[in-house]
Write a protein that binds this ligand. Structure first.
Ligand SMILES: Cc1ncc(COP(=O)(O)O)c(C=O)c1O
Length: 408
């Protein structure tokens, strides 16, 4: 498949902003949506819009089948052993909150420890901070070095018999570097500590096989990998999920409800209280198909060249500081965060926007990491396989113009 054919599948890429063709480089925040996903949402809204699991009528049956088929598709996609291990959530943030509450209720007590890394998105940090406050547990932090790599050499000293869970991003949303997960997971498991992997950024570039990885929990957001917003997944090994109490309570997550007490449904319903995202969840199926399509060898090779050209173009400028320097091939996703000497990140993003380029600026929901690098914010450019070499060339030229303009 040629890149222009790929782009034709994403009508949103054709947009104009301020009369200029849009160059969408904010993919790490939200990906553009293919027509197949839009159609799946439309199809579900128009022809299968009934509540799930509850009623015996035909429409409810169709909607329920689409929802449960999606669970099977996600199970296969991430390599989980059982379909009950797939819990639908509103996204990664919702998944981490579920986990922090429920795992916390079951397994974390006063004086226990949770480890997060310095490179975490707030979504994989604040829920753990709140859990530790609630339970009088201790939050420990695995730092990063100047190149942005996790200091895994410090991990053995951080882990103790009281460490209940370690939470780490598969790939940092600021640095773009993949964490050495097998090494981290082995070290944690050796001390009896469970591992949660935040796959929000990793899944769309690297995919995942949760059994091969042997993580205990994994989460991702649909909207970052082509699916509808408000969709996401929490994976957990059955042995953990079965031992964890419900997070939210209400309809469909119950066994029996009596005045003298309530019992709960088996997995996965136990963690899916109330009306679910009926129309959004089925869009994960075409999203997974899109992921597979874009993983095609020739497209990957092209995407690699586009990313390399961007990296080289940015590095060639003497006035840019790039964060997250890879030390091995394939370690970095096509995501580049940087600061420019003498130019405020927000000003630069605003000027680029006026020129048609959508980039991210600010703290990127990672304030402790900004503090670590002594900056108030960065500019982030993040690509997906539908981005082109021509867009990158235009961006590098536009960056020149914008920086010159801002320096006056
Ligand atoms: C690494 C990481 N974790 C978690 C999140 C939160 O994802 P969501 O806002 O879809 O819940 C993000 C979003 O940018 C992210 O990049």
């Amino acid at each position: 498949m040629e890149i222009e054919q790929v782009r034709a599948l994403f009508p949103g890429l054709d947009a104009q902003v301020y009369g200029k063709p849009l160059v969408y480089f904010d993919n790490a925040a939200t990906s553009q949506r293919p027509l197949s996903v839009v159609r799946a949402f439309e199809e579900s809204s128009l022809h299968a819009n009934a509540n799930l699991h509850r009623a015996v009528h035909c429409l409810a049956e169709t909607a329920t089948r689409a929802y449960e088929d999606t669970r099977d598709a996600v199970r296969a996609f991430i390599g989980a052993a059982h379909r009950e291990e797939i819990i639908f959530t509103a996204g990664t943030t919702a998944a981490v909150n579920l986990l922090a509450f429920s795992f916390g209720e079951a397994f974390v007590g006063e004086g226990d420890e949770i480890i997060v890394t310095e490179a975490e998105h707030h979504s994989n940090l604040v829920p753990w901070q709140l859990l530790c406050l609630r339970k009088k547990a201790v939050l420990k932090v695995l730092p990063v070095d100047d190149s942005g790599h996790l200091r895994v050499d410090l991990l053995p000293a951080l882990l103790t018999d009281r460490t209940r869970l370690l939470a780490v991003a598969q790939v940092s949303n600021v640095l773009g570097l993949a964490a050495p997960l097998p090494q981290i997971i082995r070290a944690a498991h050796a001390r009896g500590c469970a591992v949660f992997v935040d796959g929000a950024q990793g899944i769309v570039h690297d995919g995942v096989d949760v059994q091969a990885l042997d993580c205990d929990f994994y989460a991702f957001s649909g909207h970052k990998m082509y699916a509808a917003t408000g969709t996401g997944v929490l994976y957990g090994k059955k042995k953990w999920l079965e031992a964890m109490p419900p997070y939210q309570s209400g309809g469909e997550m119950i066994g029996t409800v009596r005045w003298d007490g309530t019992t709960f449904a088996p997995l996965p319903a136990k963690f899916e209280a109330g009306t679910q995202n009926i129309n959004g969840v089925p869009t994960l199926v075409p999203a997974i198909e899109m992921f597979r399509l874009l993983s095609d060898g020739a497209l990957r090779e092209y995407a690699g060249r586009v990313s390399d050209r961007l990296a080289e173009g940015l590095a060639a400028r003497g006035d840019i500081h790039l964060y997250g320097t890879p030390s091995a091939p394939g370690e970095k996703i096509p995501l580049y965060s940087f600061t420019v000497e003498g130019v405020h990140h927000e000003d630069l993003a605003l000027v680029l926007d006026k020129m048609g380029f959508a980039v991210r600026s600010g703290q990127m929901c990672a304030e402790p990491l900004m503090d670590r690098f002594g900056v108030t914010g960065m500019v982030r450019v993040s690509l997906l396989p539908y981005n082109t070499m021509e867009e990158v060339e235009r961006f590098l030229d536009a960056l020149d113009v914008a920086v010159t303009m801002l320096r006056g």
